[in-house]
Design a protein around this ligand. Structure first.
Ligand SMILES: [Zn+2]
Length: 262
């Protein structure tokens, strides 16, 4: 299913090296993943850094977002075939989906550190890549999942089989509202807008909601770092988190299921 990022030919794994018929080769790292990113920059400078990757992993391991994981696992409980997790992060959801023995799971992310952690969780074939040029054969995936990441319609369409399905997750209206209410004088609800696409048909929309209590300042900081507004919050608002030991909040996710036509 993997293709060469240089020439597009099929990659095959020989010993510890992925090679294509034109002689391009990509070493499989000790951790079991492969870097298929075509860039002169080292992987660690792209995407999330080590600290935020580990912070995210530790946060997710505490089970705060388990309702979403469980909903995804349930959704794919009867599924079989190939599944690509687009921007898989540190693999929390990917590895859970891969526990279904009827699914062959692939996951990629732009951040090498995220992919390294995902490969540690195991269960799938993990690689570093950019969603603008996914090194996966066209029409090869029965399913794709896509959580909290930018939407790249043409590439998602290309990798799916005819009739294949994409599940996109965006934050629900009340997602982390408890955190926002603490930080901002005028907290806004999310608009729940699923990506608009002409080529993929939206066939189902579901909502997963739960109420959680973040139990430590480190967990509050970790979830804050995972939000898009982390970098857009003023120092004055940020300071409101100081001394907060626990925080109760809603979490809410919208799952959009899209289908590729025949
Ligand atoms: Zn090649």
């Amino acid at each position: 299913m993997l293709i060469c990022p240089v020439c597009g030919e099929t990659l095959t794994l020989q010993e510890r090296v992925y090679v294509c018929e034109n002689g391009h080769s990509f070493d499989r790292a000790k951790g079991g993943y492969v870097n298929l990113l075509r860039t002169s920059k080292p992987g660690d400078s792209m995407g999330d850094d080590k600290f935020s990757a580990r912070s995210r992993r530790d946060f997710l391991n505490r089970g705060y977002f388990a309702p979403l994981k469980d909903a995804l696992v349930e959704r794919f409980s009867d599924a079989e075939g190939s599944l690509l997790d687009i921007c898989c992060g540190e693999g929390y959801y990917t590895a859970a989906l891969a526990e279904n023995p009827k699914l062959t799971v692939y996951g990629f992310d732009l951040s090498r550190e995220m992919v390294r952690l995902a490969a540690k969780r195991g269960g799938g074939t993990y690689f570093v890549a950019n969603m603008a040029a996914i090194p996966i054969e066209s029409n090869s995936m029965d399913y794709a999942t896509h959580l909290f990441a930018p939407f790249h319609e043409s590439e998602f369409l290309r990798v799916l089989k005819p009739g294949g399905r994409l599940i996109t997750v965006v934050p629900g209206a009340r997602h982390l509202f408890g955190l926002k209410a603490l930080l901002y004088d005028t907290p806004y609800e999310n608009d729940e807008q699923l990506p608009q696409t002409a080529s993929l048909r939206l066939v189902q929309k579901d909502k997963v909601s739960a109420r959680i209590t973040l139990r430590t300042p480190a967990d509050i900081e970790a979830v804050f770092r995972m939000t898009p507004y982390y970098f857009h919050t003023s120092d004055r608002d940020r300071a409101k988190l100081q001394g907060v030991e626990q925080l109760e909040t809603e979490i809410e996710f919208i799952l959009g299921t899209y289908e590729k036509g025949d």
